[in-house]
Each structure stands twice: as structure tokens, then as C-alpha cells.
Design a binder for this molecule. Structure first.
Ligand SMILES: NC(=O)c1ccc[n+]([C@@H]2O[C@H](COP(=O)([O-])OP(=O)(O)OC[C@H]3O[C@@H](n4cnc5c(N)ncnc54)[C@H](OP(=O)(O)O)[C@@H]3O)[C@@H](O)[C@H]2O)c1
Length: 319
């Protein structure tokens, strides 16, 4: 699936050839991420060396192995974190970015997991070090990322407060959120403080950026960690250092796609070790809004841009 003048266009393209340490996956399903829309619109190009087509995750079967990859990987059913190229029949992937299909899940379900699992684990667990008994504030609790973060927070024993527009609150509560706040009408900082007896959130997973900074700071518990991964509310604003100082807080911003391949492989190992067992135990389940054929990727983007979905939109090879 190519991008031409801001549109997604089906096209015949050459099959990828696996480089050293890579395999080629025959893609059964991929899933849509917000970044795909940015890429389609021309302001989020793939990093150098990554496939030019959109698609940051997939599931399928290994059909070719590059130098240094044992042949016994051929035929393996996998899902994968990609630097791009998931909206295709075949994609080359470094072996370090492969994950097994969790027991009991279909390929479309597995395709919905790698980007959310790796983004949420790397921010909330690896960097912010969320601990049982702490409070996690998840912005965009109904998003692909948010639905995963709510479940991971609960599985790790945290109290979870999420924000979402009110029409999506029931769905976010069903995932285990202890409190859901309508970010369009209510002050989430006051709600978090009320819910925690005045203490606040230990970890904030933020997708809004500038427009949320002051209220994220007002939400923070002592030694609170703000993890910013998106900028729906802009990239520039003023920082009140005194508010950060009072909380002894920290602000970190990360982008998974921009990380090096070795760092992605390290994150994938962490996810395989800590998150996959939670999925296989049923403590975290895929949240799939709808499954569409890959040929309808433009409709999937429309749904996401309109905010009509909860969780992930999956694209399959099948009609
Ligand atoms: N840095 C990274 O490594 C990384 C990786 C993956 C994703 N992300 C980011 O994570 C976010 C979610 O990604 P996704 O693929 O899961 O997208 P998605 O499913 O389309 O979710 C977007 C979410 O943004 C919420 N939202 C939009 N504008 C908002 C605003 N002004 N205030 C509060 N919430 C707002 C929407 O909430 P409602 O539907 O409730 O209105 C929706 O849940 C995106 O910002 C994406 O860029 C970052």
C-alpha cells in the first residue's frame, strides 16, 4: 500500500529481500496506528533504512530468512514490531523485533499488539518504573495505546485513572480503569487528586503534550513521572519549573519508531518476558474495534481520524 499525494493506493511493489539478521514475514494482518496518518499526510516520514510503506506492526508467517538466521525459523507464526511496511503482503523484519503469537490468539489479534505493548511497556515500566500500589494516569484511555495501558496498569497492581470522551467511558471502565474522566468537560488533575486522597498520579502516560502540561504537573504525586508520547495538544508551551520542583517530578518524551534496532530488540525482549505472560494468562486482551480488509485502509484511517473507534483497527489480507 503506497502513499500518493496524501492518499493510500494499492500497488504492486517488489518483494522485500531479507538483510543479514532479518526474516521476511508473509503478512496476514497489520493494525493502524496514529503515526500512519501522520505518515500519509507527509509529516511523519519513516526513519532512514526502514520500509517506505506505512504499518508499524503485523502478524503472519516467516517465509524467508537472511544471513545469520537459522532456517528452522521458516514457517514460524509471529507478530512483529516494524519500522514501517506492515501495509503490505510481505515485510522484512530484524529477528530481534519478532514476538511469538500469544497462545490462544488469532493472527489478526496478535497483529494488534506489538506497537501498543512495546510503547506502553517501554514508557510505563522500563522508564517510569510503575510499581504495584502506585497510580497511573492514562490519557486517551480509549485509544489503541490507552486500552493497552489501562489493562497493563491494572495487571501490575496500579490504580488506573483514564481520560476519554464520555461516549467511550463504559468501554474504558470494562477494561479495569478505576476512574474515567471526560477530558472535554472536567479537570482531570482535580479528579486524580480527589481519587487518590490528594496524593496524585505517580506515572502519567500523556498523548496531548502542550495543552496538558500544566494540568499534568498539577496531577503529579511526589516523585511523579510524566511520560509524553504524543502531541494532540501541540508541542510548545510554558513550563512552570516550580510545579515540577514541588513534585520532585520528571518529564520524559519518547518515540518508539525513532529508537535504534538494538533498542527496539531490547524492548521486545522486555515485552516478551513481562507482558506476553500477562496476555497468555488473559489479564490483558486485545481490544479490536473492527477488522477491515487491507484494501479498505483509507476507511480505517477515516474512522481513526474521526475518533469513532475504541482500541485498535486491524487490517487483514482477506476480504
Ligand atoms: N511516542 C511513541 O512511541 C508512540 C507510539 C505509539 C503511539 N503514540 C501516540 O499515542 C497516541 C495514541 O495512539 P493510537 O495509535 O492509539 O491512536 P488512537 O487510537 O487514534 O487514539 C487517539 C486518542 O487521542 C485522544 N485525543 C485526541 N485528541 C485529544 C485531546 N485534545 N485531548 C485528550 N485526548 C485526545 C482520543 O481520545 P477520545 O477518542 O476519547 O476523544 C483518542 O483516544 C497518539 O498520540 C500517538 O501518536 C506514540
Amino acid at each position: 500500500m503506497k502513499i500518493e499525494n496524501g492518499s493510500l493506493v494499492l500497488a504492486e511493489v517488489p518483494d522485500p529481500v531479507p538483510g543479514p539478521g532479518e526474516v521476511v514475514v508473509d503478512v496476514a494482518a497489520t493494525a493502524v496506528n496514529r503515526a500512519d496518518i501522520g505518515q500519509r499526510l507527509g509529516f511523519y516520514p519513516p526513519p532512514p533504512g526502514e520500509p517506505e510503506y506505512p504499518g508499524l506492526e503485523c502478524a503472519g508467517t516467516v517465509v524467508a530468512a537472511g544471513a545469520g538466521v537459522p532456517d528452522d525459523r521458516l514457517g514460524e507464526r509471529v507478530c512483529a514490531l516494524l519500522g514501517g511496511g506492515g501495509y503490505a503482503e510481505r515485510v522484512a523484519v530484524p529477528v530481534g523485533q519478532l514476538l511469538p503469537v500469544p497462545a490462544g490468539l488469532s493472527l489478526p489479534e496478535a497483529a494488534s499488539l506489538p506497537e501498543a505493548a512495546c510503547t506502553v511497556w517501554s514508557n510505563v515500566v522500563d522508564i517510569a518504573g510503575l510499581r504495584a500500589g502506585e497510580t497511573l494516569l492514562v490519557h486517551g484511555g480509549a485509544s489503541g495505546i490507552g486500552t493497552f495501558a489501562v489493562q497493563l496498569g491494572k495487571a501490575l497492581g496500579a490504580t488506573v485513572v483514564a481520560t476519554a470522551r464520555s461516549a467511550k467511558h463504559d468501554r474504558v471502565r470494562e477494561l479495569g480503569a478505576d476512574l474515567v474522566v471526560d477530558y472535554t468537560t472536567d479537570d482531570f488533575a482535580a479528579a486524580v487528586r480527589d481519587h487518590t486522597g490528594g496524593r496524585g498520579a505517580d506515572v502519567v502516560l500523556d498523548i496531548v503534550g502542550a495543552d496538558h502540561l500544566a494540568r499534568n504537573l498539577a496531577s503529579l504525586a511526589p516523585h511523579g513521572r510524566i511520560m509524553t508520547i504524543g502531541f494532540h495538544g501541540g508541542t510548545r508551551t510554558e513550563l512552570d519549573f516550580m510545579a515540577l520542583f514541588r513534585a520532585r517530578g520528571s518529564i520524559t518524551a519518547t518515540g518508539l519508531r525513532l529508537r535504534s534496532r538494538p533498542d527496539k530488540a531490547r524492548i521486545v525482549r522486555g515485552v516478551a518476558g513481562q507482558v506476553w505472560p500477562l496476555i497468555e494468562a488473559g489479564a490483558i486482551r486485545p481490544v479490536i474495534d473492527r477488522v477491515l480488509p487491507l484494501a479498505d485502509a483509507a476507511e480505517a484511517h477515516r474512522v481513526m481520524e474521526a475518533g469513532e473507534h475504541v482500541g485498535k483497527i486491524v487490517l487483514t489480507r482477506w476480504k
